[in-house]
Design a protein around this ligand. Sequence first.
Ligand SMILES: Cc1cc2nc3c(=O)[nH]c(=O)nc-3n(C[C@H](O)[C@H](O)[C@H](O)COP(=O)(O)O)c2cc1C
Length: 507
Amino acid sequence: MTDAREYHERTKHTPRQFREMDFELDFDNQPRPSKVYADLPRQSLGAVVDPPPTPTLAAVASATADPAGRSDTAMGGDDLTTVCHYANGVTKTLERGGQEVAFRAASCTGKLYHVDCYAVCGDLGGVDAGVYQYDPESDAFHVLREGDYRGVLAAAAGGQAGVAEAPVTVVATSTWWRNAWKYRDRTYRHAFWDSGSVIANLLAVAHAGGRRAEVVAGFADRPVVDLLGLDPEDEGTLALVPVGAGDPVPDAPTVDRIDPAVVLDSDPVDYPLVHEAWAESTLADGDAARAWRRRFPDDASAGLGTHAPGDGDRVDLDPVDAETASARPVGNTIRRRGSSREYSHDAISDRLFATVLDRALAGVPTDCFDGGDGVLDHYCLVHGVDDIPSGAYQYHPDEGCLERLGDTDRETAGDLAAGQAVVGDAAVNVYTMADVDALVDRFGNRGYRLAQLQAGVELGRLYLASYAHRRLGGRGFTFFDDLVTDHLSPRAANQTPMTLFAFGQPA
Ligand SMILES: Cc1cc2nc3c(=O)[nH]c(=O)nc-3n(C[C@H](O)[C@H](O)[C@H](O)COP(=O)(O)O)c2cc1C
């Protein structure tokens, strides 16, 4: 039995553990970054086209499933292919050190790309209803099943409104070994961080096109595993993302067993904690999913261990309005996105900083809550922002302000980030933090999944909001968990970090 609290505790990074670590990467046994089936047909369902030219900053700021100006435009094969491409596809191939390196639409820990997207759809313009696995390298789809199986997902999600009406629902999974090769037991966290980055892109492109889209965390995993023909010891389901609306799904058909053979190019090492943590967070059936979702109060922050503003000094933020903000379209931002390696110490403008936070942290639309803080609090270590003194702050999205908690400095920031000095070079570090004890008490192990997932989506949105600006770059980073809590205490004493994103002016 692996309680999520125990999993989290056992996978904390500490300076001592880093000093004593004798683990070495086995490059002769490195898994390939995509799934290869032995004998499944693969077909193109459409072309990758430019997403609508909606500004990135507008596309990432949707706190509800329905974006501004939503329309029930029909989905076609190009739309499906485009959404998957900009979420998880190979967007560019660059030469690095004489080798071709493929870059994906979303960032991923260690460039290991262990997240896959499956599309479960009804008949779309030019596409037959089916269950498909998206192949990031060819933009084509492996055909797992023919026929309309959307009802299976709707039943698994307990009739959740988005899934029940979506022409397509995307299922995100992680093949554990593809990340555990490097990150071992911490992969269960990474599964949500990295699928969160993929989903941030997916939401942005769907919302840019005026389509309904949200993150569904409450669903029975087993029926979805069976539908996709997965072995959960190897590959776990993480989240559903219904895209589009106005197309009620038919009743669930019988699901025959499939067991598509997968080609392995490496010899997986088992990290049982990862699979156990996932298995212990599963929901049994659609009724359990509905009951779990109902446990969330209308005011998502009530009793979730989050913190409303206290009596610290406030800095009111002044994000720029939609007319003045960067108009870079979301497709363009995703194509140019990368992870900045070095930062100049030059300060960034306070309004630029405020705009990134305002848009990226406006709130994630989920089946449990819409917008707001959700189950997380947000903290900033500010090192180089015009007119904002260096310091540790809590960011209050609803109030649009920073609340000062104390001092900080660049060296400390690097120490907290598992000794990565570059984090202190960046202008700002954003930590998302959760009260894991309170969440697991109230929402079980699934509550922990939700916190990691929200944090992953917000990290992905921070990437997009940063790269919407010509002068900004950023990167996700890992951290020494308890040192971060200590640094942000007493405010964050009940909380532990979920993710870290650093951004600033690339050097
Ligand atoms: C959640 C998350 C955590 C990350 N942690 C680190 C880190 O600790 N150190 C680091 O150098 N890069 C980190 N990265 C950046 C990845 O290594 C980077 O995204 C990957 O190399 C792919 O490069 P790209 O983002 O330019 O496509 C992280 C990325 C994510 C999404």
